[in-house]
Ligand binder design. Structure first.
Ligand code: F6P
Length: 478
C-alpha cells in the first residue's frame, strides 16, 4: 500500500508493539485488520516486528530473544519475567495508564513499584531492539505500553526517525496529570519525531498537556517543541479495509456459526454488541439500556427482539477486570431472569472469542449494532459493523459519543452511553427505522470509511514518520 519511491529512500520498517502476531509453525500470519495492514507495509519494504512474546521466563537470564522470519519480515520477541509482567503490563500499563487514559481515575492504581517496572522493561526492550537496527530504518512504536521506548533508544544512540501511535484516548491535562510519573511520561514523547493520536480532540488534549507543563511549545501546524526536540503531533484516525470486510461479511452468510444463529432467531430481530470484557466498553450500561428498551416497548417483547453480546474475557489477572467480569455476568443473569420467558432468552451472552469471518456474518445479520463504550480511542467494531451491512437492507449503528469513531461516523445514532433511557430510545428508533433512512445513513458512513481506509492510514502515518509531512512547511512555534 505504500508508494515505491518512498520505500526505497527510507529503508526498512521496524514495528514495535507489546503483542506481536508471530506466525504459527505453518507460517500462517495472524488475522485482524491492523496486523494485516502492518504486515503489508513490512512486506513491501522489509523489516522487523518487535515486542513481547506474551510469555514469562523463569528468570531474567532466560529472556533470550526469539526470532522467526516470514519472507522479508522478521518477528523478534522476548519473554519477560513474572515480575516484569506484573509491574509493566498488569501494573503500570493496565492499572494506571489504561484507566487514566480512559478517564477512570477512580480505577487507577498508583504504585511506584509498577512505574519503575514499566520504565525498566522499556529500557530492556530498547537494549534488545537497538541491536537489530540499521541506520536508515524507520521505527513505528505502537501504544501505551511503550511510551518511553524512544527515549531509551535515543540514549543508546539511535538517530533513526521514530514515530509513536497511541491507540487509546489521551485525556485532558487535569486527568492526564493524575498519571504516576506524569512529567517523565510527557517528556518521553519528545524523543519521537511523530506522535499520533486517534482523534483531533485527543491530539488537542496532548498539546494542552505540553503547554500546561511549561516544558513545551506548540506550533500552529502541530509541530511541538519540548526538551530540546521538535516533533509532530497530529490525529491519524485508524480504520479498516471496508471493501474487503464487506466481502468477508457477504461470504460469511454461509458460515456455520452464522447459519446456526440465523436458524435460532426464527426471524426475530437481533441487536449485537461485541467487545473485550473491559470496563471502558460500557457493557453494563448497554445491557441496562437493552432491558429498558424491552420494558418500554411491549411490541419488542412480543416480537422477541434478542440481543447477542459477544465478550471474550480480557486481562483477567487485573482485579478491576475480574470485578467487571463478575458484575456483567450477574447483570445478564438478573435481566434474563426478570425479562425472559420459558421459550425466550432476551440476552445471549458469550465469553468465547469468535473468528473474524463469523463476526462479519453476525454483524450483517444484526438489525442493530450497539457500540456504546464509556470511552474508546477509536472502536473498530463500529466501523466493521457498518462495512458488514447488506447495502440493500442495512442495519443501524447506535454509537457512543465517547468513541473516537463518532468523529467520523456522524450518520450513526449517536448516544450518551451513560443515559440509559436515551440509549433505549435509540435502540427503539433503530429497530423501527424505515429502509430508506437506513440506506441513507449507511451510505454516508460507508463513504466516510472508504475515504479513510486502513491503507490510507498506514500511508499517512508512514509518510509523517519518514519526514515527508514535516518537510512540507517550517513550524511556527509559540
Ligand atoms: O487497543 C488497546 C489494546 O491494548 C491493544 O494494544 C491490544 O491489542 C488490545 O487492547 C488487547 O489488549 P491486551 O493486549 O492487553 O490483551
Amino acid at each position: 500500500p505504500v508508494a515505491n519511491s518512498s520505500e526505497r529512500s527510507i529503508g526498512r520498517l521496524v514495528v514495535v508493539s507489546n503483542r506481536v502476531p508471530v506466525p504459527n509453525a505453518s507460517g500462517a500470519p495472524a488475522a485482524g485488520g491492523l496486523a494485516v495492514a502492518l504486515q503489508a507495509a513490512l512486506r513491501s519494504r522489509g523489516g522487523v516486528w518487535f515486542g513481547w512474546s506474551g510469555k514469562s521466563a523463569q528468570d531474567a537470564a532466560d529472556r533470550q530473544p526469539q526470532t522467526r522470519s516470514l519472507g522479508p519480515i522478521t518477528f523478534a520477541v522476548s519473554d519477560l519475567t513474572r515480575r516484569d509482567i506484573e509491574e509493566y503490563y498488569h501494573g503500570f500499563a493496565n492499572r494506571a495508564l489504561w484507566p487514566i487514559c480512559h478517564y477512570r481515575l477512580d480505577l487507577a492504581n498508583i504504585s511506584e513499584r509498577d512505574a519503575a517496572g514499566y520504565f525498566r522493561v522499556n529500557e530492556f526492550f530498547a537494549r534488545r531492539l537497538v541491536k537489530l537496527l540499521r541506520p536508515d530504518d524507520i521505527i513505528w512504536i505502537h501504544d501505551y505500553h511503550m511510551i518511553p521506548l524512544a527515549g531509551f533508544l535515543r540514549e543508546l544512540g539511535a538517530a533513526n526517525r521514530i514515530g509513536y501511535f497511541h491507540h487509546i484516548p489521551w485525556p485532558s491535562p487535569d486527568t492526564a496529570s493524575a498519571l504516576p510519573c506524569y512529567d517523565r511520561i510527557l517528556e518521553s514523547f519528545s524523543a519521537y519525531d511523530v506522535v499520533g493520536f486517534q482523534t483531533v480532540p485527543d491530539a488537542d488534549n496532548f498539546r494542552d498537556c505540553l503547554i500546561q507543563s511549561a516544558a513545551g511549545r506548540v506550533g500552529a501546524d502541530g509541530v511541538c517543541e519540548a526538551h530540546g526536540r521538535k516533533f509532530l503531533v497530529d490525529a491519524f484516525p485508524i480504520s479498516i479495509d471496508p471493501d474487503s470486510f464487506a466481502l468477508e461479511a457477504r461470504l460469511a452468510e454461509r458460515n456455520a456459526v452464522v447459519k446456526r444463529m440465523r436458524v435460532s432467531l426464527e426471524g426475530r430481530a437481533m441487536v449485537i454488541g461485541v467487545d473485550r470484557l473491559d470496563y471502558s466498553k460500557g457493557i453494563k450500561h448497554r445491557l441496562e439500556a437493552f432491558a429498558a428498551f424491552l420494558e418500554n416497548n411491549p411490541d419488542a417483547v412480543k416480537a422477541r427482539v434478542t440481543m447477542l453480546q459477544i465478550t471474550p474475557k480480557s486481562r483477567s489477572e487485573v482485579p478491576e477486570y475480574a470485578r467487571i467480569q463478575r458484575e456483567v455476568a450477574e447483570e445478564v443473569g438478573h435481566l434474563n431472569g426478570k425479562l425472559g420467558d420459558i421459550d425466550w432468552t432476551p440476552l445471549r451472552y458469550i465469553n468465547k472469542p469468535m473468528s473474524q469471518a463469523a463476526l462479519a456474518g453476525l454483524y450483517r445479520l444484526a438489525r442493530v449494532g450497539l457500540v456504546t463504550p464509556l470511552r474508546d480511542g477509536m472502536n473498530l467494531v463500529a466501523k466493521e459493523y457498518v462495512a458488514a451491512q447488506d447495502p440493500n437492507d442495512p442495519g443501524v449503528l447506535v454509537l457512543s459519543q465517547y468513541a473516537g469513531a463518532a468523529q467520523e461516523l456522524k450518520s450513526a445514532l449517536i448516544v450518551n452511553p451513560y443515559d440509559i433511557e436515551a440509549t433505549a430510545a435509540a435502540i427503539a428508533r433503530a429497530v423501527a427505522m424505515p429502509l430508506e433512512e437506513r440506506i441513507d445513513r449507511w451510505r454516508d458512513m460507508m463513504s466516510a470509511l472508504r475515504g479513510n481506509s486502513i491503507d490510507h492510514w498506514t500511508n499517512k502515518c508512514l509518510q509523517a514518520i519518514s519526514g515527508e509531512v514535516e518537510a512540507e512547511g517550517e513550524s511556527s512555534l509559540h
